[in-house]
Design a protein. Structure first.
Length: 257
C-alpha cells in the first residue's frame, strides 16, 4: 500500500494568514497525505488557529509533532511533522548555528508502515544566500543523525524533506546526495525542476524584496522506496492557489521488497 508525503514552507504568520491557511487546510484535507512536513510554523495563530495545530482537520488520527527552531524560546520558524501512521519514535535535534541566523532544527520520526519501519526527517536550513558553508555543516549533521537513526531502527527506508535554502548544484545538496545513506533527489531531471521553482518571487505572498525565484525545497529518499509520483502543489497553477512564498512538494512512495 502506498503512502504520501507533503512538504511546505508555510511563510509563518505573514500577510493574508487566515485566508492562506484556509486554502491550505482545504487542499490537504482533500489530498489526505499520510505524512505532512511543514517549515516556518508558528505556535501562534492570531484569530484563526495555531499553525502548529492546523491542517487536515478531517483526519482525527493525525498526530502533530512540533519543534521550535530556537532552543531559548519560541520563534516563528518552527517545524511540524504530522502523520496518521503509527509513531515509533520522535527526536528533534539542534543543527550548527549560522552567523546571525539563530538555531535551526532537524526532526526525525520513525513510523510503522506495513509492519516495517520508515524514517521521515524534516528540516529548514540557514537562509542567507552566502551561507552555503554553514549549510554544508548543517547537512553533515543531518546525515550523521539520519545514519544513527537508520542504524538504530534497522531500516534503509528514509525520506528527508524541507527548505534547504540551497540550489540543486550547491555543496549542501551534494553533501546530502553523496552520503552513505544513498539518498536521491526526487525531482532531479524532472520537467518540474526544468521549468519551475519552489521559492517564487512572483507569488502574491512573497516579501517586498524577495530576490530571485529558485529551487531550494527538496524531497530526498533512499532506493528502498519506489516513487509512484512526485509533483509540485499549491503553485498558483492547476493544483491550487499560492498559500506561501514557497510551493509545496507532494510525493507518493511504496516500499521495495
Amino acid at each position: 500500500m502506498p503512502f504520501s508525503v507533503f512538504s511546505l514552507n508555510l511563510w509563518n504568520l505573514n500577510q493574508d494568514y487566515c485566508e492562506r491557511m484556509r486554502r491550505l487546510d482545504q487542499y490537504v484535507s482533500k489530498a489526505d497525505p499520510e505524512i505532512i512536513c511543514l517549515q516556518e510554523v508558528s505556535p501562534q495563530g492570531e484569530n484563526f488557529r495555531p499553525q502548529s495545530d492546523l491542517v487536515n482537520t478531517q483526519n482525527t488520527q493525525l498526530m502533530r509533532l512540533y519543534s521550535s527552531q530556537n532552543q531559548w524560546g519560541e520563534r516563528e520558524e518552527g517545524l511540524a511533522t504530522m502523520a496518521s501512521l503509527p509513531l515509533i519514535s520522535f527526536e528533534s535535534f539542534i543543527l550548527p548555528e549560522a552567523t546571525g541566523d539563530g538555531s535551526r532544527r532537524l526532526q526525525i520520526a520513525a513510523f510503522n508502515y506495513s509492519d516495517q519501519r520508515i524514517l521521515v526527517a524534516n528540516t529548514h536550513l540557514a537562509f542567507r544566500l552566502e551561507q552555503d558553508a554553514e549549510r554544508v555543516s548543517q547537512c553533515k549533521t543531518i546525515v550523521r543523525h539520519l545514519e544513527n537513526a537508520a542504524r538504530h531502527h534497522g531500516t534503509d527506508a528514509v525520506v528527508l524533506v524541507g527548505d534547504f535554502n540551497a540550489t540543486p548544484q550547491s555543496a549542501p545538496v551534494k553533501t546530502i546526495m553523496e552520503s552513505q545513506l544513498g539518498l536521491f533527489d526526487l525531482f532531479e531531471g524532472t520537467e518540474a525542476r526544468a521549468n519551475s521553482f519552489t521559492y517564487c518571487s512572483h507569488s502574491p505572498h512573497s516579501d517586498d524584496n524577495p530576490g530571485p525565484s529558485r529551487w531550494i525545497d527538496y524531497m530526498f529518499a533512499t532506493r528502498r522506496l519506489a516513487v509512484s509520483s512526485a509533483a509540485l502543489a499549491l503553485d498558483g497553477g492547476n493544483s491550487g492557489n499560492h498559500v506561501s512564498d514557497h510551493v509545496a512538494l507532494f510525493a507518493t512512495f511504496e516500499l521495495v521488497p
